[in-house]
Write a new protein. Structure first.
Length: 494
């Protein structure tokens, strides 16, 4: 029996609200299809999100839709124009250089953008070929799932396709594409573009467009009221986002303003990386020679980007209002991060010494070069035993005394809690993942895929969908990398 809540691929009809905003915002453009595409993976969870019949997972049209050979009904492909600050310098020449907004789907009162990435050259390609390669497409496809399952807002992907079309990067690779799904593709850089080109009426239109979707309570208010509400909304969501990244040990790698979502979602995955050893200064982008986008620099860089967004709204809001909005960021960041770290430590009751207690642990992990994910997973099963063998195994012998001292303070802190050890452990195991998308694992999957073997991709996709589960038999996928698997050079090229 057909489920009326789900649609086939042929029934799916896209809207084009953003494209209807007008030519100031970009260029209508058909995709340049990949040659001889084949389906690599279809995401059942995102299919359900969009109301696509689960039986459609085997539809051969995925290769055509994911490569730009065929369009969804109602699609008006549109290359979005924006600008932004890259590594701190303003670049007016940005835009969708290899992607097209296909349109939007309304589902359960929410609107979802469908964005074809790897769609060929656009007016904003500059000197690029408009393509994406298999390597980077796999990394983006998996990153969205990894973060979403960890409870961190992120763009996701509906499907991924490949081809044998050659694409030149640092070496010759093969072309691929994915259909990215997001609540919005509006970036900080969209507002910067309209501000710096003095297209202020269009900027007001964009403020109204975003507020109508995400802040309906101010939809009928004057644009100045909308702009204030939007900036406060973006500040809060961005603080929550970066707190989430820091709590799970995720480094984005390229936090330019054109890679910042106006709704505070993880966006535009390039040379990202999850921490192996706890290394606050971890740099995952081999082009980031100064460490501007290092792991511990992310909170400050996000505030820098919010300042750039605020400046772009300065024709609508006065300086004092902008300062007041931006002033929310630090206390919100501390509040969100502190709450997340207390949950990782199994602390349900807030105590005034918790921030220092957490900082002491981070110092211990840093000085001992302890694996971040494995430590918190092991701590989730700690019940005051001595010796704390599972934790000591993660720390060099020279650090055992320091670990013992910290655990003694941890034991004392737990006495202030009212939950049982069993309840605390159960909650921590649902907070501290067993599986994260380590770069050496992503590289293993990519190398297999480049050789035509997609089974490792299937394996890691399943593990990342439920990273807190034990998954017996897959322990090797939860292991720390060998030394050669740490600090793999990851580039922006895709």
């Amino acid at each position: 029996m057909n489920n009326p809540d789900f649609q086939s691929l042929d029934q799916l009809k896209l809207q084009h609200h953003y494209a209807d905003l007008g030519p100031v915002f970009g260029t209508p453009l058909p995709p340049t299809p990949l040659q001889n595409p084949h389906t690599i993976h279809v995401n059942p969870a995102v299919m359900e999100l969009l109301g696509i019949d689960p039986r459609e997972v085997t539809n051969p049209d995925w290769a055509l839709l994911g490569s730009g050979t065929k369009l969804f009904r109602g699609s008006v492909p549109f290359s979005m124009k924006y600008t932004g600050h890259q590594f701190g310098s303003y670049n007016p020449e940005l835009g969708d250089g290899r992607a097209l907004l296909l349109g939007e789907i309304e589902r359960n009162g929410k609107r979802w953008d469908l964005h074809l990435k790897g769609a060929g050259q656009t007016p904003y390609s500059r000197f690029g070929d408009g393509r994406a390669v298999l390597r980077s497409t796999i990394r983006e496809y998996l990153a969205g799932e990894a973060l979403t399952a960890l409870g961190i807002r992120s763009t996701r992907a509906l499907c991924m396709v490949g081809s044998q079309e050659p694409v030149a990067r640092e070496k010759l690779e093969t072309g691929a594409a994915l259909i990215r799904v997001a609540r919005s593709h509006v970036r900080f850089g969209h507002f910067e573009y309209l501000f710096y080109t003095r297209q202020l009426e269009a900027q007001h239109k964009l403020v109204d467009f975003v507020c109508a979707q995400f802040l309906p309570e101010v939809a009928d208010e004057p644009v100045q009221v909308q702009a204030e509400a939007l900036l406060r909304f973006t500040v809060k969501r961005s603080a929550e986002l970066v707190a989430g990244w820091q709590s799970v040990g995720f480094a984005h790698g390229v936090l330019n303003t054109d890679n910042m979502s106006i709704i505070g979602d993880s966006f535009d995955f390039g040379p990202y990386g999850f921490l192996d050893d706890y290394e606050p200064g971890f740099i995952c982008n081999h082009s980031d020679h100064t460490g501007r986008y290092a792991f511990d620099a992310q909170p400050g860089v996000v505030l820098w980007n919010l300042n750039a967004l605020a400046h772009a709204l300065s024709s609508l809001l006065d300086v004092e209002m902008l300062k007041d909005c931006l002033g929310q960021y630090q206390p919100l960041l501390i509040e969100f991060y502190s709450g997340m770290m207390r949950r990782k430590l199994g602390l349900a009751i807030e105590d005034e010494g918790d921030q220092q207690f957490c900082a002491d642990l981070m110092q211990l992990l840093e000085s001992g070069r302890v694996d971040y994910t494995l430590f918190f997973r092991a701590l989730s099963r700690y019940c005051g035993e001595r010796p704390a063998t599972s934790l000591e195994e993660l720390v060099s012998p020279s650090q055992h005394a320091a670990l013992g001292n910290w655990l003694s303070h941890y034991d004392q802190r737990l006495h202030k809690e009212s939950r049982s050890a069993e309840e605390r452990s159960r909650d921590m195991l649902c907070t501290n993942p067993k599986f994260v998308l380590r770069n050496y694992l992503a590289q293993r999957v990519i190398e297999a895929a480049e050789a035509g073997d997609f089974q490792p991709l299937e394996v890691i996709f399943g593990l990342l969908q439920s990273p807190f589960a034990e998954h017996p038999g897959f322990e090797s996928w939860a292991a720390a990398p060998p030394e050669t698997g740490k600090h793999l050079p990851i580039s922006c090229s895709s």
